[in-house]
Design a protein around this ligand. Structure first.
Ligand code: PAZ
Length: 326
């Protein structure tokens, strides 16, 4: 599956649904600043010579779940399951492979280079020696040092840009800004869409302003369908990029059929199928030509499935660039 042609253009109704979603969404508070950061990041990366022959290659990794607010002054919301581990770990492997990464992540979710930190780093990594001196617990010193230095180095070198989201509104608006900034990179850009994105939402204009009261009994609420943004991204926003989406199911009997369906419907280059209970052990990479099971190397302590997965993605992406450039 290569770049889209005119026959693949979306019907007007789909475009209209997307337009009205964006028109009615609460505007991003820092859209202008985000656009500037993205432009600087992409400009810098197109002028870099790159490592391992990966000049100009930029991947947008999405990570964590989007929320759907039920109230404008939000007290309650619907959430999507995702810890953000897949996205954070994949980011590290893409950076190692010589890619620059735009990490679009759920606020509070897992971060690259931080997987070895304890659950509550502030409370577990530091001790108070006396009233004024805070000391690092020697047990965690190396891990903390590594997390800080590697993150800061990647950001300072301009190869890692971290952009947070919480709601479905923020996620899709930032994704649109990212796609606009990566469009010019053509096949050198990857969208690696590991975030768990809401399918249903409450439109902003019909959302309650204040906390919904429970005194009036059971709550009846009709959720609208989130427009199929993946189609718009793939067909309209950045049509030459290389696309990888993820499919999560709990019923393994339907997993591959659903992944195949997503591959065809959204014209993805790869769909990564994973089951909730085994997602850290293995995934199945579905393409037009093949289905490849990728497993974590269980003989190695701390080995992650994202290591061979990203290796495979890089290999297929290189082949895609070669084919497009031929
Ligand atoms: O973030 P995490 O490591 O806990 O989980 C990753 C995942 C299961 C959310 C991801 O691999 C995935 O499948 N994302 C897409 C989910 C979906 O089908 O919408």
């Amino acid at each position: 599956m290569d770049a889209v042609d005119d026959a693949d253009k979306l019907p007007e109704t789909a475009i209209n649904e997307v337009t009205s979603f964006f028109e009615s969404a609460p505007p991003l508070t820092d859209a202008a600043e985000t656009e500037i950061c993205l432009k600087e990041f992409v400009d810098r990366n197109t002028s870099l010579s790159g490592i391992n022959g990966k000049a100009n290659r930029v991947v947008c990794v999405t990570s964590g779940g989007t929320t759907v607010p039920l109230e404008k002054q939000c007290v309650r919301y619907i959430d999507n399951f995702a810890s953000g581990h897949r996205g954070a770990a994949s980011t590290e492997y893409f950076l190692k492979a010589g890619y620059s990464v735009i990490f679009l992540y759920r606020r509070g979710g897992c971060q690259p280079f931080c997987s070895l930190l304890p659950d509550d780093p502030l409370l577990e990594c530091f001790t108070v020696a006396d009233d004024s001196i805070i000391e690092m617990d020697p047990l965690h010193a190396e891990t903390v040092k590594k997390a800080i230095t590697e993150t800061r180095a990647a950001v300072a070198d301009g190869i890692l840009l971290k952009l947070p989201f919480t709601t479905i509104f923020e996620y899709l608006q930032i994704l649109q800004l990212i796609s606009a900034s990566l469009r010019g990179l053509g096949p050198s850009a990857i969208f690696y869409l590991a975030a768990a994105v809401s399918d249903f939402y409450v439109p902003w204009e019909s959302m309650a302003l204040h906390k919904i009261q429970s005194a009036s009994g059971p709550l009846d609420m009709r959720l609208a369908q989130v427009p199929k943004m993946l189609s718009v991204l793939r067909n309209e926003w950045a049509p030459m990029a290389f696309y990888i989406s993820f499919k999560l199911e709990t019923d393994k009997d339907i997993l591959l059929a659903k992944a195949d369906m997503a591959l065809k419907k959204y014209k993805m280059h790869m769909v990564i199928a994973n089951e909730l209970s085994t997602r850290k052990e293995e995934v199945i990479v579905v393409t037009e030509q093949e289905k490849v099971t990728v497993r974590r190397d269980s003989t190695q302590a701390g080995a992650e499935v994202e290591c061979p997965l990203v290796e495979l993605v890089v290999d297929r992406h290189s082949a895609y660039i070669k084919k497009v450039d031929a």
